[in-house]
Design a protein around this ligand. Structure first.
Ligand SMILES: C[S@@+](CC[C@H](N)C(=O)[O-])C[C@H]1O[C@@H](n2cnc3c(N)ncnc32)[C@H](O)[C@@H]1O
Length: 242
């Protein structure tokens, strides 16, 4: 079996292939959204630029169908490696959520809920031709009928919205997710000592959340710079947890 408590510089599907059936307690992941384009603009580090430039080539797929195939493969692999009753949380572009739920349910997952990451400081609209985008969604499904673990920590924390100011960032990763939101998911849907998987680890948010909460983890990312970021965060979280 692949070494645990590490982020491997590796393609997600090569890494997943090395994990045994029913060996993982929880999957928390934020794969590419497949929406970067040279025509869609955003603001990064105060500069207006295309989402393709801002996010890097890893979010670009030659054809939308290639993205769909990747998500179908990911659903299938997550189902295989999860233990019965294990939970899967996946961030997706809003336009892909229906596709994800339909296929996750047909693979054997049960739809449970979705968590909304509310951006309290949304980007201004540059062209003023559409609504400003102020939330992202994370789908929550479970392998089988009911989750084995759901630690209802408090009414306040177990609500399906998470407000966050996008300017609060811990790394230079262009799509870093809020650390406290991921930590909350890990605490609610796993127990100390459980194994948590993130096949698209980015800056290591899921890994750092696992170190702080006493979970084991394994993850992958193809980008060497992001793997180094993740390694730094894992070391820092380990020092804080000690
Ligand atoms: C949306 S970002 C994840 C960000 C992460 N949640 C965080 O908080 O930093 C997706 C990541 O997937 C990585 N990636 C893209 N294609 C991949 C692949 N085939 N295998 C592994 N990693 C991949 C990218 O390098 C990127 O860091």
């Amino acid at each position: 079996m692949i070494a645990l408590n590490r982020v491997h510089r590796m393609d997600a599907f090569e890494g997943l292939a090395q994990l045994s059936d029913e060996s993982v307690d929880l999957v928390v992941t934020d794969p590419p959204y497949g929406i970067a384009s040279s025509k869609r603009t955003t603001i990064r580090k105060g500069q207006v630029m295309s989402t393709k430039e801002a996010w890097g080539s890893w979010d670009t797929f030659a054809h939308p169908f290639d993205y769909d195939v990747m998500i179908l493969r990911l659903i299938s692999e997550c189902y295989r490696v999860l233990k019965p009753g294990g939970s899967l949380y996946m961030f997706l572009a809003r336009e892909n959520c229906g596709f994800f739920i339909r296929h996750a349910v047909s693979r054997g997952f049960t739809y449970r809920n979705e968590l909304a990451l509310i951006k309290t400081t949304p980007l201004p609209s540059l062209h003023k031709k559409n609504w400003r985008s102020a939330f992202e969604l994370c789908m929550y499904v479970v392998k089988g009928a009911m989750p084995t673990v759901f630690n209802f920590v408090s009414q306040r924390e177990c609500v399906n919205t998470y407000p966050h100011a996008s300017c609060v960032r811990l790394t230079n990763h262009p799509t870093e997710k809020p650390f406290e939101m991921i930590k909350r998911i890990v605490r609610v849907s796993s127990n100390p000592g459980d194994l948590v998987l993130d096949p698209f680890m980015g800056s290591g948010t899921t890994a750092a959340a696992c170190v702080e909460t006493g979970r084991r983890f394994v993850g992958f990312d193809t980008n060497a710079e992001y793997v180094r970021m993740a390694e730094r965060r894992i070391a820092d979280a380990g020092r804080e947890a000690a």
